[in-house]
Each structure stands twice: as C-alpha cells, then as structure tokens.
Ligand binder design. Sequence first.
Ligand code: UD1
Ligand code: CA
Length: 463
Amino acid sequence: MRRMAIVLAAGQGKRMKSKLYKVLHPVCGKPMVGHVLDTVKQVNCERSIVIVGHGAEAVQSYLGETAEYVLQEQQLGTGHAVKMAKDLLGSEKGSTIVICGDTPLVTAETLEALTELHESNNAAATVLTAYTENPKGYGRVIRSEDGSVLRIVEQKDCSPEEDAVCEFNTGTYCFDNAKLFAALEKVTNQNVQQEYYLTDVIGIMVSQGETVLGYMTDDYAESIGVNDRLALSEAERLMRERINKRHMLNGVTIIDPASTYIGADVIIGSDTVLHPGTVLKGSTSIGEDCQIGPQSDIKDSVIGDGVAIKHSVLDQAEVGSRTTVGPFAYLRPKSQLGEDVKIGDFVEIKNAKIDNGSKVSHLSYVGDASVGKNVNVGCGAITVNYDGYNKFITEIEDDAFIGSNVNLIAPVKVGKGAYVVAGSTITHAVPENDLAIARNRQENKPGYAEKIRARAKAKKDKK
Ligand code: UD1
Ligand code: CA
C-alpha cells in the first residue's frame, strides 16, 4: 500500500522560551523534526508533507528537498493543520501517517508495526497510544467495554471519569488517506480551546461505523512530546541511551556510557573503544579497532581503522588508519592525515594534507600545507601562512626533515629529502636533498659567563 506522511510543525512552541523555533531544537545533535522525517522515511513513506507556520523558512531551509511543505498561516489546531495538506494529498489512495514534529523518539519499528496493524485490518484510523499513571496534558483514549477505541478527549475537555483514564494519545496515527480528509470536513472547534482537533476525527470515524484501532507502545520515550526544555533534556537523555545501546550491541565498547555523547548519525566500527568524555558529532564516521578518548570532541570527521585519539578536538578532519592523534591536538577543517601518521601534543593542523608515515610530534602549527610521506616536522616548527590579508601554501616533499623551531615562510617549498636545520627561518625554496640553514652562526666567548655574573652581582649589591 502507498504510504505518505504528514508532519505537524507549525506551532510556536512558546514554552521553549527560545529564539530557535521548537522543532529545530536538536536532540543528540539533530533537530527534532529531522529525527521525525528520518523515521517516516524508514517506513517507506513516498511523500512527506511538513505543515509549517512559525519559523517556516528556517524549517524549510533545514529540511530542504527531503519534504514538501504547506504553510498553515494561523494555528487553529491540529485538525486544521492536517487539512492544510488536502490540496497536495487529497486525491491520493493509501495510508497516511500523521506525526508531530516534537516527538523525536518515535521509532521506525513502532511506526512500522502501527502501520502494518492498520493496513492488515483495513482500518480507517490507528492511534499510537501509551500508558502512564499521570498522563497530564495528553488526550485520553476512551475505549468501550469490549476494548475498542471510541474517541479521544483532550484533557481540558475531560469529564472526571475521562480524566482518570491512563491510556493517552501520543499524537502519532495512521489513517486511510481518503477517510482522513473526509472526516476532517466534519471537525468543528466547539471545545474548550476553540481549536480544530485532529483527535475528533477518531470519534467521527467510529460514529460512521469505521474500524478504529489503538496500538499501545510500552516504550514511554516514544510518547514524549517536547514542549519545554525539561522535556528536551529528557528526550536528549533517552535518545543518548538509545544511541549508545545501539553501538554497544554493534560491537563498540563504551567504557562510560553516561559520559559519552554520540550524535544520531555517527557511524562506528566494531571493536572500537570509546573512553570517557568522548563527544562524537555530526556526520562523523569511525572505523574498527580505534581507541577514542578520553576527552575528545570529534565533529564531521572521517577516521580509519586502528586509530588512537586522545584528549583532542577534531573538526572536519580525515584521519587514516593506524594514525595517532594527541594528547591535546587540534585538527581543524580540511586536515587530511594519511596512514601511520603521528600527530603529537599541542599540534594544530588546518587545511593541510599530511601523508603516510609522517610525524608532527609536538608544539607545531601546520596550516595551508601539503606534507609528503615520512616527513619529520620537529618540535615547535611552524608554517607561517598568513600576512594579515592572504593565506599562502607550504609544500614539504617526501622524506624531508624539518628541524625544531623552524619557521617556513609561505609560499615556500622544501624538496624531497631536504634537511632544514633547527631554528631556521626559511624564506625561499629548499631544493631536493639540500641542507638549509638560515640562522645566525654561533659565537662563543670563552669564560664570559663569569664576567656577566660578576657584573650582575655588583649591580645588585650597589642597591
Ligand atoms: C496533541 C493532541 C493530544 C496528544 C498530544 C501528544 C490534539 C488536539 N491533541 O496535543 O491528544 O495527547 O498531542 O503530544 O491533537 N500544530 C500545528 N498547527 C496547529 C496546532 C498544532 O502544526 O494549529 C502542531 C504543533 O507544532 C505540534 C503538534 O501539532 O508539533 C501538536 O500540537 P500541540 O499543540 O503540541 O498539541 P498538544 O496539546 O500537545
Ligand atoms: Ca505537544
């Protein structure tokens, strides 16, 4: 059966007290509405319509072409919001999932089970429900004596008996598309909030003799609708636990899950160990057999196999297999490290390629550079890449040796196998296999240290 989805995301989210529009608040690094859209895609929805209102432009620019959009100019209720999709979906046949943009924890498994139950029973509507002792603020699911769903009543409209019901509406549904839009025509705003409730569709369908089912999830997390920052932090915690668990079951060791933060889209190979304080963000992918952390922050980076990264920060970096990074290294955007490279403590790399087997062991800055294979960059050597206006390139070819505390004033090239003597300031090319020395020649003054000391002491005694 053809499947479609409508994602409700037009509300303001006042209780977030935020400049950022509610459904764009990230949970484990990804905006809530992004989680929801990924989930509906996983259950093969061929079209996804996002109802936008407040923050419409921001939501559209984030989701881009992954969805179609309808603007709900005035937020007159969830039923009104769904009706906005009529022009786009009204003539479709199939199942339409309706889900809120603020329920990031609904899983694809549950959505699939809900939709399969719905489709195999030829139902008009199937509601995802949950159970809790205190369903404060949620619509109650009212069932008949034989257990069939009769209607949903918003808390504000509840009688005392209805208020006591513990099964509630999570705000996720599967509908027969044609029956959904037909029933919406009959929804009025005769209720306490004077809104057009989507939930009224359930009672309308039941009164027309249609099949309406409830599917209860036993995972409380799935029912969380994020309305304020407290719920946001709860969603974050539950999502984090879920992500960590998934990686552990896939063969990743997480020494301390409570202090390990893994973004929703991060990929990690088996037998990799994540040490405490590891934060992996964005589109990061990590190979097998790596040791990551402790205390490392890695964003949008691609890491090979057998890599070790300690106490370091990586942003848009590539790290080849068996390379070691840190402690205390900073790999900035477009750092490209080959295999078996060593980047040591207090080294910063930016927009630089460092080829296989090379070492930058301590206290160096390598920016806007290409460094060949088996190069040794000595302690404190730096590329001088910036004149205050322009950036210049440094090239260091294979097997070169850059001594400690060398300044390479770019643009400059050090040829293959060349040797740059410690303390040199290099301003022009060093040809292949040459030795470059660019520093003052040393002069020793025999015994002069004694003289200097005597003079200094005399000065002090005079005071
Ligand atoms: C809704 C349900 C309630 C359910 C709860 C689950 C209704 C009437 N009530 O209540 O039964 O228990 O969700 O979380 O549906 N929205 C629009 N346009 C509107 C109004 C809302 O797009 O005009 C969007 C909001 O941005 C939000 C979603 O719909 O993403 C739900 O709206 P919200 O006001 O949060 O509904 P609840 O009161 O939580
Ligand atoms: Ca809500």
